[in-house]
Design a protein. Structure first.
Length: 566
């Protein structure tokens, strides 16, 4: 492997070659914090020569290079150059604008205009909306990469505009000198940018680039698992078409599916969970080393296809509306929503395998529902209420079961695995005594509202078990305190007022009518409106702390033995 290393500034870099972003590179992803930090370092706190690290490229031809490391920085510099060019044009300094544009686009050896930095993944947005000298002409869809580029472009425009405005509004600058002062300031920013220093490392060919790309990660570079996996797959799946790169498009679809979700999911976690649902159990930090050995050239296409398909399943698990569950699948939707409410992740490889089998027609809805109910009920008892901690055994158990579901050849095999899942979960549930001791700590008041959604989940489970009917859809039910929250000023504690035994679900209209009325008045209104009251409430003439405690314990016992029993 031949490696050349030279110390160059950005001006030299841009005038001595054409650079392209290769297929294995991640999309542009600098956020506003990165942009602000770059602006502050280069412009606001300009200290002269400023070193911005190394840039690794490989030779593609005469004066043509593919970028291995440094794409994010070079793209950012190009964006700022474009903003400076457009601002110079706007203030009447066309010669300076044209001089800058020669660093963005210049004629190649065939005397044809060509952008110095070329990227395919954000075409045509980057070229037409940012690099082009003049108004854009093409319609471009804004995916997550284009939005990152747009955000960086707009923020740089704001910074440069603020510079111009500060000069125009500076009372110490004579009106006759404003244009010249603006010209000088913009030229100063330009020169600071072009004076940035980099170590340019040149490699002979693309194969060396793939190796260096992976090596950089082991030496402290901030490359995510998804970057390494994309690099590995792209290395094995060379493009065969000049018009479309199928590998890159499929990877883009994965990123858009995962990163486009409003749920808190990441591509790295997706790849890890997808692997656990199909292959051996590994911690995330060891995954790429094993993946690299297992996924060879003959496996790369199938593996990429599996990621594309699983990305949709994975998002459906976390982003419930994305799953487009039917009315007949309402129980599935409810269980997945509950697991997201409990904020648990250990079960995901197993749930992913179950959903994959369900979507592929290998198992029926009833079996899928049953498996999800076991998992939901376990984590209600184990995680949501008693806050048990796993030493790692539960995660490996779920991964093992998920892998076996993936490998199963029939619905009968999966049914046996689900039965085994039930047994394993029942072995790990907390004791009834522990559950009944901790459930009273689940409280909700206006002042202590962090657990509101979990409280509502429990009340809905109780109502369903008691076959309670409501005059409105359950989504519009509110939580009513039988002993009113106004009692907090009369010596009652939050833990008493907010306890489950003091709470019921009612419609918003009923809630307004109850307000801070006395207990007997509330009870009369509830009975008249058709609410089915538990015996302890229906028979009571007054509502005391002891009654709240007794009802809470009754709820705990019923919840453990009946409603959330596995």
């Amino acid at each position: 492997m031949k490696i050349e290393s030279t110390d160059v500034d950005i001006r030299t870099l841009l005038t001595s070659g054409y650079y392209s972003v290769p297929r294995f590179q991640r999309p542009y992803s600098w956020d506003q914090e990165n942009i602000r930090e770059f602006w502050d370092d280069v412009v606001r706190d300009n200290l002269g020569d400023y070193f911005i690290g190394s840039m690794v490229v490989y030779k593609k031809g005469d004066q043509r290079f593919g970028i291995v490391d440094g794409q994010q920085r070079l793209t950012t510099i190009t964006i700022l150059l474009c903003v400076l060019r457009d601002t110079l044009e706007a203030v009447g300094e066309q010669n300076l604008a044209l001089g800058l544009h020669a660093l963005i686009e210049r004629n190649n050896i065939d005397n044809e205009p060509e952008y110095v930095l070329a990227t395919e993944s954000s075409y045509p947005y980057f070229q037409d909306n940012i690099q082009k000298y003049g108004e854009p002409e093409l319609e471009a869809e804004l995916h997550f990469e284009e939005k990152s580029l747009q955000s960086a472009h707009e923020l740089f425009r704001k910074f440069v505009k603020d510079l111009v405005n500060s000069i125009e509004s500076d009372p110490t600058v004579p009106a006759a000198d404003i244009r010249q002062t603006i010209k000088g300031k913009l030229a100063e920013v330009r020169d600071s940018l072009l004076a940035l220093s980099v170590i340019l490392v040149k490699l002979d060919d693309e194969d060396d680039a793939y190796l260096i790309f992976e090596t950089l990660n082991t030496r402290g570079k901030d490359l995510a698992l998804s970057d390494l996996v994309k690099n590995h797959i792209t290395k094995h799946l060379k493009t065969k078409s000049a018009s479309i790169d199928h590998t890159k498009e499929k990877w883009r679809s994965i990123l858009e599916t995962i990163e486009g979700s409003p749920a808190e999911i990441s591509t790295d976690n997706f790849i890890h969970h997808c692997w656990l649902s199909r292959y051996e159990y590994l911690p995330a930090k060891k995954l790429f080393k094993v993946l690299k050995k297992r996924i060879k050239k003959k496996d790369a296409k199938e593996f990429l296809e599996s990621l594309v398909a699983d990305a949709k399943h994975y998002r459906s698990i976390h982003d419930i509306s994305y799953g487009k569950w039917t009315k007949q699948e309402s129980q599935v939707e409810a269980s997945l929503s509950a697991l997201m409410l409990f904020r648990v992740k250990q079960q995901i490889p197993c749930v992913l395998s179950l959903l994959r089998a369900y979507r592929n027609g290998l198992i029926k809805k009833r079996l899928f529902e049953r498996a999800l109910l076991y998992i939901e009920r376990f984590h209600f008892l184990f995680t949501a209420i008693t806050s048990q901690r796993s030493s790692g055994g539960i995660s490996s158990m779920y991964a093992s079961l998920g892998r076996r579901i993936f490998e199963a050849g029939s619905s009968s095999d999966i049914s046996d695995i689900v039965s085994e899942l039930r047994i394993k979960l029942r072995e790990r549930i907390p004791s009834e005594e522990e559950f009944r001791a901790l459930l009273p700590e689940l409280i909700f008041t206006n002042q202590v509202s962090k657990q509101r959604l979990l409280v509502r989940y429990v009340l809905l489970g109780i109502s369903k078990y008691e076959k309670q009917s409501y005059p409105v859809d359950v989504q519009h039910l509110t939580i009513e305190h039988l002993a009113p929250q106004s009692n907090l000023s009369n010596g009652w504690e939050e833990a008493e007022i907010g306890q489950l035994g003091n709470l019921i679900l009612v419609s918003e209209d009923t809630n307004q009518r109850l307000m801070n009325k006395a207990f007997l008045e509330k009870k009369e209104i509830l009975i008249n409106e058709g609410y089915k009251l538990p015996t302890i409430i229906a028979d009571a003439d007054k509502w005391t702390r002891d009654m709240i405690s007794d009802r809470t314990d009754d709820i705990a016992q019923t919840a453990y033995q009946q409603i959330w029993a596995i």
